[in-house]
Write a protein that binds this ligand. Sequence first.
Ligand code: 4NP
Length: 153
Amino acid sequence: MYRIMFVCLGNICRSPMAELLFLDMVKKAGREDEFVIASSATAHDNVWNGVGAPMYSQIRALLESKGIDCAKKRAQVLTREHGDEYDLFLCMDDSNVRNAKRILGEKNAHKCKKLLSYAGESGDVADPWYTRDFQTSYDDVERGLKGLLAALR
Ligand code: 4NP
C-alpha cells in the first residue's frame, strides 16, 4: 500500500487537483486498492478562506470537464501527525518542501519531494494563484502523476 499526501500552500488549487487526478488515474489503471491518497495545506493560519474551504472554482471547472467530481473536497492542514500516516509528501514547489519539512520534523522530513521530480524535472508546478493559467498547472501536475504511477510498481 502506498500512502500519498500531496501538499501545496492553500490546498484549494494544486494539491487537491493532484489528489483527485491521481485517484482518477489509479482507478482507470485498476490499481485503487494499492493507494491511500490525500492532500493538504502548509498554510497554517489559512489566511485566505480557511480549513474546510472548497476547491478553487476554475480548478474545479477544469477537472469536472474531465468527469472528475470535486464537490466533496475540503481544505485541510498538514500536521506533524501526518508524518507517520503517509509514505510520501509530494509538494508542488520548493517553498512547499521547506514548509512541509518544518511541519513534519526531522523524523519524516526525508519523505518530502517535489511532484515533478517523478517526471525527471527539477522545476515547480506552476502556481495558478499567480499565473491564472490553470491549464499549465494541470499539465504540470499530470506529467508528475504519470511518472509517479509508473515509478510506484
Ligand atoms: P494552492 O493555491 O496553494 O495551489 O492551493 C493557493 C491558494 C491560496 C493562496 C495562494 C496559492 N493564497 O495566497 O491565499
